[in-house]
Design a protein. Structure first.
Length: 723
């Protein structure tokens, strides 16, 4: 059976995953944990389940249900199917008042014969004693209980030879009806037992019984459909077979016919029964002393309180009292009856054999099938068990024997074996989850600590940036004033003023960019991710603005004082943002042309010109734009020395230069250079132009506040034409 199919016993939607069913179940693998909509549920593996019903009693949430044939029985009856009933003796004990009217109602619906299984039980008793005496078969385990038979067939094949090879009362009754009464009717068992469905569907019972109609479902249907009729009763007389459904009922029958000298081991209970079988198996395998026979029932209070009776009926002793009355009625006073009270056991047995003299014991012999190969419960090796314990974070002996049962299993070892068999997961171990939660808590605390530290650092940086921005904003007023002065006082500087205005607009644009960058930084603060690129951009652009501001301030002369101040502050802003970079500064590569582009776009762009450098001593050196293929890289200090590629002039400068050559003039993405760039630079910049680019800018020095080497002028040489 696939796990997706609804099994005989199944979990309904009430399950809350409390694991109680696991603790009650005698089969390790009959329950397995699944996750459904994020919740733990315990469902039934129908192949492994023996329908013992223990989980019904254990579950406080009524989350276990079972299937029987009640619906099909009534549908077939309505369709006119010819059906006779085999009635469990427990039905009378459970419904002493309704018994007759319900049977009458069923008769009205078309039921043919009603035969009590008590009669079948009398045949079973006869068959057991006959087989035991004829085959000297001692130590046999009774087999009226299909849960017990199912358990032995699936999990204890060693005990199969010990199962009494005679059919149960139900099947003895069915065989009698079919073979001796020659009835061809379909047979329905009115049953107190869920597991009887397994028995009637077992190929070893030949399909003689077609329906397992349980008390609970039958009476539910009867009440819903108001089925009752003129009183009716079962048809064949029976004897002490009527007490088979009570604990020790079979034992009492055997004592009745064989005397009480022999030891009959009576054992019942969904848990105790299977623990007993473990021990019994050991006795059998070791050849130790065995009882005359074992009277074994799955249900602690016998079939009269079977797994399929109505729950309210299970709460009171009424059934037992009713059964006691049935038992007394079954004993007769006449001397010719096997159930006569005044006879010795030997005389009773003699009369029993006479009663069933026409029966052939071979008709009632039962075979069993070893299902242990189909339903295996794997046993992990010591190493495999250790591995599972490891995955459950159970490293010490103490951790492996907590045995709190929260997972449903009595011991941690059982849980580990269930995990090994794929029936459960470590997540259902309370202590594993507790460990995990503690670890999560520690990680969360560590993260929280780190977050606080990072927040503090970022807040500090934000404060610094805000201070610089505020300073720049303050200087905008002064800059504005200077621009107005320049515009009013010097018409010759109209062109420069225009440039300054343009630059001013750029400064405003830059201010916007800066604002956005700061917003970005705030976002980064929240997400705790470092994104230095924005800051780097700000720094770079600020540097270049500083350069332009310096240039334009120099052009404006005294009128550009305010502009010089803002240039100074923008420079400071660049300096203050640069520490936030995590990337190396970019002055080593002129390929980052957008920075340079920003510097010179405002100026008149002149091609084919010469750039010259004015050193500290005003020694003007023209640097022609040579076509020599330079390959100088890095930052060599260039002293006043001739360079063959430089043509007529040599750079006189003691500072480090960056020379980035390119073989392709198209790679130069910025047009060089302003025609009037000979103004005062706050730092000193050095430019060398060669034929295949050739821009040399020592940006760091350019951006360094003034002083140092003094005036350095950049000017254009109209002779150079190699751009
Ligand atoms: S009926 Fe019995 S064997 Fe089946 S799941 Fe319930 S407790 Fe386990
Ligand atoms: S006892 Fe089992 S079936 Fe019932 S609610 Fe708990 S986990 Fe679910
Ligand atoms: S410690 Fe875990 S595995 Fe052991 S019994 Fe408790 S819940 Fe089950």
């Amino acid at each position: 059976m696939s796990m997706a199919e609804k099994s005989l016993v199944y979990t309904n939607e009430n399950c809350i995953g409390c694991n109680k069913c696991i603790s009650a179940c005698p089969v390790l693998t009959a329950n397995y944990a699944i996750e459904q909509n994020g919740e733990n549920k315990i469902v039934v593996n129908g192949d492994a389940c023996i329908a013992c019903g223990a989980c019904f009693d254990a579950c406080e949430h009524e989350a276990r249900s079972y299937q029987d044939d009640t619906e099909r029985f009534f549908e077939d009856l309505k369709r006119g199917e010819k059906i006779s009933l085999l009635l469990a003796p427990a039905f009378l004990a459970n419904y002493p008042k309704e018994y007759a009217s319900v049977l009458g109602g069923l008769k009205d619906l078309g039921i043919n014969h009603i035969i009590s299984v008590s009669f079948g039980a009398d045949i079973t008793t006869w068959g057991y004693i006959k087989y035991i005496t004829e085959h000297n078969f001692t130590g046999g385990i009774s087999q009226p209980c299909p849960a017990v038979v199912g358990y032995i067939e699936k999990y204890m094949p060693e005990l199969l030879p010990k199962l009494m090879p005679v059919h149960s009362p139900l099947m003895c009754g069915a065989i009698y009806i079919k073979k001796y009464m020659k009835l061809s009717d379909k047979l329905a068992f009115i049953s107190p037992c869920i597991a009887k469905k397994m028995e009637i569907e077992d190929p070893n019972t030949y399909g003689y019984v077609s329906y397992n109609v349980t008390f609970d479902h039958l009476m539910d249907y009867v009440r819903k459909h108001n089925i009752k009729g003129k009183n009716a009763s079962d048809e064949i007389e029976y004897g002490l077979g009527s007490i088979y459904p009570m604990p020790g009922g079979l034992k009492e029958n055997v004592y009745w016919f064989c005397g009480e000298e022999m030891f009959i081991r009576q054992v019942e209970g969904e848990k105790h029964m299977y623990e007993f079988l473990e021990d019994y198996k050991e006795r059998v395998l070791k050849g130790r002393k065995l009882p005359f026979m074992v009277d074994a029932l799955n249900c602690a209070n016998g079939c009269v309180y079977g797994t399929a009776i109505e729950p309210e009926k299970a709460k009171v002793d009424d059934n037992l009292y009713a059964l006691q009355e049935i038992k007394e009625r079954s004993k007769r006073n006449g001397r010719n009856h096997p159930f006569s009270k005044g006879l010795s056991p030997k005389q009773r047995l003699h009369r029993l054999n006479s009663k069933f003299a026409k029966l052939d014991i071979n008709d009632f012999i039962r075979k069993y099938t070893d299902h242990s190969k189909e339903i295996t419960i794997k046993k992990p090796s010591r190493e495999e068990l250790d591995k599972i314990y490891g995955s459950m974070e159970k490293r010490t002996e103490h951790e492996r024997t907590i045995n709190c049962s929260a997972c449903g299993y009595e011991t941690c070892e059982k849980m580990a074996r269930a995990i090994y068999n794929g029936c459960n997961t470590k997540n259902n171990c309370l202590h594993y989850m507790k460990n995990m939660i503690e670890k999560e808590k520690e990680t969360a605390e560590e993260l929280s600590r780190e977050m606080h530290e990072k927040n503090a650092i970022i807040e500090q940086k934000n404060r610094k940036i805000s201070e610089v921005v505020e300073s720049v904003a303050n200087d905008f007023g002064l800059l504005d004033k200077s621009i107005h002065e320049m515009a009013a006082g010097n018409t010759n500087n109209a062109e420069e003023s225009t440039n300054i205005n343009l630059l001013m607009m750029k400064v405003v644009d830059f201010s916007d960019e800066l604002k956005k960058a700061l917003e970005g930084i705030e976002t980064l603060t929240r997400s705790l991710q470092s994104n230095n690129e924005e800051i780097t951009n700000v720094a770079d652009e600020t540097n270049l603005l500083s350069l332009n501001a310096s240039i334009e301030a120099a052009r404006a002369g005294s009128a550009g004082r305010g502009f010089a101040i803002i240039a100074e502050n923008i420079k400071k802003l660049a300096d203050s943002t640069s520490p936030f970079r995590s990337q190396p500064t970019r002055h080593s590569s002129i390929c980052q042309s957008r920075n340079i582009l920003l510097s010179f776009l405002y100026n008149n762009q002149v091609e084919n010109t010469e750039i010259s450098v004015h050193n500290a001593s005003s020694n003007r050196l023209a640097l022609p734009l040579s076509s020599s293929p330079w390959s100088v890289t890095g930052m060599p200090p260039i002293q006043q020395q001739a360079h063959s590629a430089m043509g007529q002039n040599t750079l006189l400068h003691g500072k480090t230069l960056l020379v980035i050559p390119t073989a392709d003039p198209d790679h130069i993405t910025l047009p060089l250079f302003t025609k009037s760039i000979s103004g005062y630079f706050r730092g000193h910049a050095l430019l060398i132009e060669g034929a295949e680019l050739a821009l040399v800018i020592h940006l760091d020095e350019l951006l360094t506040a003034g002083g140092g080497e003094g005036d350095v002028q950049l000017h254009l040489d109209q002779r150079a034409t190699n751009f």
